[in-house]
Design a protein around this ligand. Structure first.
Ligand SMILES: [Zn+2]
Length: 295
């Protein structure tokens, strides 16, 4: 469940995943209406379902099934998503944040190894993070992994919708790239990272400089993560990874400067838009198996 699209899919007992529908949503739609719409599609498909899993773009209390914060989905804040989903669908349900379900999907596809400590990071409008240990999402007391909100700029840091300032996602996310591009004299009408990447590949100085700055901030954040966790690897996904050729060099340079033991093991996930829905279904299926990581 994202700010503009919700992807509805089903996972059957043989592990086959199928996308049933892509719903257009608006950030201001009532969450219960979106769930009703989804329940209608599931009903029409004639499938008997065992459990429901929902990933929400926001901070989700996994045990309580409540959305705590959702700057991109304001009507979902405070919504008891697990309780409402169980009531509407008549089956047990599980709710988690969007990066965790994406990570669970990537593990089930074999893209994130199911052994060792892996940090999954999505670079997009914001920066999402998940801690994966031996294939299982680690949540701490519920919301572990919010690496996008490491406060990384102490003095005069940019305000963040989370309420803090200087957060990593304000310096290494989509909006940051657009700001760097404007700062270096790029066309302010150009507001798509993809087109700025095309310009950079064609030698545009402003675009190259923007990706260079972005990369330095990405590298600094990755170094912090490496210093804190020294994971077996960092798996990255999201829109900005498509331009990694343009920021990797400067990210590696900054990483070498800031990491205590600069072992760069960053892999790019070949994820598709339904990976999160798959992961939500995987978490739901664990409810039925009585796995201990179920709420
Ligand atoms: Zn923040």
């Amino acid at each position: 469940m994202g700010g503009t699209t919700a992807i509805l899919g089903s996972l059957d007992a043989d592990g086959r995943f199928e996308v049933l529908s892509e719903l257009r949503t608006t950030p201001l739609a009532a969450p219960v209406e979106t769930l009703r719409q989804a329940a209608g599609i599931v009903g029409d498909s004639g499938r008997g379902i065992g459990a429901i899993g929902i990933g929400v773009a926001g901070l989700v209390d996994f045990d309580g099934g409540i959305v705590l914060k959702a700057p991109n989905l304001p009507t979902w804040e405070g919504f008891a998503v697990r309780e409402e989903a169980s009531r509407l669908f008549g089956v047990p349900s599980v709710a988690d944040n969007d990066c965790n379900v994406f990570a669970a999907g990537a593990v089930s596809l074999g893209e994130v190894p199911s052994s060792g400590l892996w940090i999954v990071i999505t670079f997009g409008t914001g920066i999402g993070g998940s801690l994966v240990l031996d294939g299982a999402i680690q949540r701490g007391r519920g919301q572990a992994g919010e690496v996008g909100h490491m406060s990384i700029q102490a003095e005069g840091g940019l305000a963040c919708p989370c309420g803090s300032s200087g957060c990593w996602e304000r310096y290494a996310g989509r909006e940051a790239l657009l700001a760097y591009y404007r700062d270096s004299g790029g066309d302010p009408e150009d507001i798509e990272p993809r087109s700025i990447a095309d310009r950079a590949r064609n030698g545009c100085g402003s675009a190259l400089e923007a990706f260079d700055r972005l990369g330095a901030w990405i590298g600094r954040g990755l170094a912090n993560i490496n210093n804190c966790f020294f994971p077996h690897g960092i798996a990255i996904g999201g829109g900005l990874t498509g331009a990694m050729d343009l920021w990797e060099q400067s990210a590696r340079r900054r990483f070498r400067e800031n990491a205590m033991l600069p072992v760069w093991n960053v892999v790019v996930l070949e994820a598709v838009s339904s990976t999160g829905a798959l992961g939500a279904a995987v978490l739901a299926s664990r409810l039925l198996m009585g796995r201990e990581d179920a709420p």
